[in-house]
Design a protein around this ligand. Structure first.
Ligand SMILES: *[C@@H]1O[C@H](CO)[C@@H](O)[C@H](O)[C@H]1NC(C)=O
Ligand SMILES: *[C@@H]1O[C@H](CO)[C@@H](O)[C@H](O)[C@H]1NC(C)=O
Ligand SMILES: *[C@@H]1O[C@H](CO)[C@@H](O)[C@H](O)[C@H]1NC(C)=O
Ligand SMILES: *[C@@H]1O[C@H](CO)[C@@H](O)[C@H](O)[C@H]1NC(C)=O
Length: 410
């Protein structure tokens, strides 16, 4: 500020000697500053701290690199008071890539590159340090790992094609961040820990859940929370073509060796990327939050056998678009729900598992405005209460919205 005042004084002096309008100019300059500050404050939506990007130490030597070869990175918000030994590690979404072209495309944005990573606030209510908004986890350590590997933190291919220069190393990013947290941030003393994520990060949470647990043998409570990560194959969904969305991704990233053997021994590796085929093998308690009308799955995974791709997109992409669906398309959407619930039921009966299945027409429930502590509630619980009750074992939480057989707006 003093630099500015000196500059403006100089500026005024110059102006003064020419046209004697210094006070007007000064007023305009101050107005400018006020507007600037106001914009700055507004762009920072909350009082939460702005977190620096922390690049993994020696990321290149460890090979913990994004698709484009930039270093893996994370944000860290330290715990406080009686939360200092409690940890949430969050894995965000951002789809996958299953070809050279698709992965090269990703390198142009944050889902394939950390080159333009910037300081941020963690906007997700679940990760905020505000006790009113986040009563169960507000004072925990929070770690948000940037997703830039295109394969749900699962790939680990040593070789780098000299032509494409693409790296497939998400697994090393995950491992390196956890090891760094243990060595330098106190996670080795974790008492409570929760691996969580949404969408591709929700799937990453399922697939990395037991591995996360294995890093923390002395913790008293380690659990995993997946939001909109329960992608189903839906191969018997009437009126649709049976596809295996993940097969090309699993093959391209050579993931077979990193998927549970109990699954790959009986099914193709591509099928072992579906939680329905590995969920029963996961030992660590898992909380599944999902819509049984998951929009992302309906739009991207489901292909009606009457080929009308544009019509299907128009019908499924938004809640208002549902008005434009044909009777046949609406039937597929309702049948998707039934298939989803049947698939979920096909998992073994595990009392430690939590469920919060809504009929909201959404993907990424935890991001849906208002849903965290507002509507809809199911069995009188908001998601915020449901996660807390399940994590701390205050109640068993196995909530399925049985009321709505058609999608609802949330
Ligand atoms: C926490 O959130 C509540 C509700 O939005 C708000 O009124 C309060 O000012 C926040 N507290 C802090 C310390 O940011
Ligand atoms: C999809 O929606 C667009 C824009 O509303 C419209 O122009 C187009 O005809 C629709 N296509 C089909 C197949 O319904
Ligand atoms: C639905 O149809 C109406 C008119 O029939 C059209 O204006 C609107 O763009 C369509 N919406 C979508 C999402 O396709
Ligand atoms: C939900 O809350 C209302 C009012 O607080 C109560 O009447 C109702 O019994 C509750 N329902 C369940 C399922 O707990």
């Amino acid at each position: 500020m003093s630099v500015f005042m000196e500059c403006s004084a100089l500026f005024c002096w110059k102006i003064n000697h020419r046209m004697n309008t210094c006070s007007q100019i000064k007023a305009i300059l101050w107005l400018g500053i006020v507007v600037c500050l106001f914009t700055l404050i507004k762009s920072q939506a909350t009082d939460d701290p702005l977190l620096d990007v922390i690049f993994i130490t020696d990321a290149a030597a460890k090979g913990a690199l994004c698709l484009d070869g930039s270093p893996g990175a994370y944000y860290f918000s330290p715990g406080f008071d009686d939360g200092v030994d409690n940890w949430i590690v969050y894995l965000p979404g951002g789809a996958w890539c299953g070809s050279v072209g698709g992965c090269l495309e990703k390198t142009k944005n944050p889902r394939g590159s950390n080159i333009n990573a910037e300081p941020t606030q963690l906007a997700l209510p679940f990760l905020r340090p505000n006790k009113t908004i986040n009563p169960d986890f507000y004072n925990w350590n929070k770690v948000f790992i940037l997703y830039c590997d295109g394969a749900s933190f699962m790939a680990d291919i040593d070789a780098v094609d000299p032509e494409t220069k693409l790296y497939f190393r998400g697994r090393r990013i995950f491992t390196s961040v956890i090891e760094e947290l243990m060595a330098t941030k106190g996670m080795a003393n974790a008492a409570n820990a929760l691996l969580a994520g949404d969408s591709a990060g929700g799937l990453a949470t399922v697939l990395n859940c037991d591995r996360f647990r294995s890093f923390l043998p002395n913790a008293c409570r380690v659990k995993c929370y997946t939001d909109s990560g329960f992608f189903i194959q839906a191969k018997n969904l009437p009126g649709t073509l049976a596809t295996n969305y993940f097969a090309p991704i699993v093959a391209f990233h050579e993931l077979a060796d990193y998927l549970p053997k109990s699954c790959t021994q009986r099914l193709g590796a591509g099928l072992c990327f579906y939680p329905e085929n590995v969920g029963g093998d996961i030992q660590t308690p898992l909380f599944i939050v999902n819509s049984d009308f998951d929009t992302y799955q309906l739009v991207n995974f489901i292909h009606p056998n009457q080929p009308d791709e544009e019509g299907w997109k128009n019908c499924t992409s938004t809640f208002t678009g549902l008005r434009n669906c044909t009777t046949n398309q609406l039937q597929i959407i309702r049948d998707f729900r039934t298939t989803f619930l049947n698939t979920l039921e096909g998992l073994d009966d595990n009392p430690s598992r939590g469920l919060f299945i809504s009929s909201c027409y959404v993907h990424d429930i935890i991001y849906t405005p208002g849903s965290w502590q507002g509507t809809p509630t199911f069995q009188n619980k908001t998601i915020q209460q449901a996660i807390g009750d399940w994590y701390f074992e205050r109640n068993s939480v196995q909530i399925i919205d049985t009321e709505h057989s058609s999608p609802i707006r949330c």
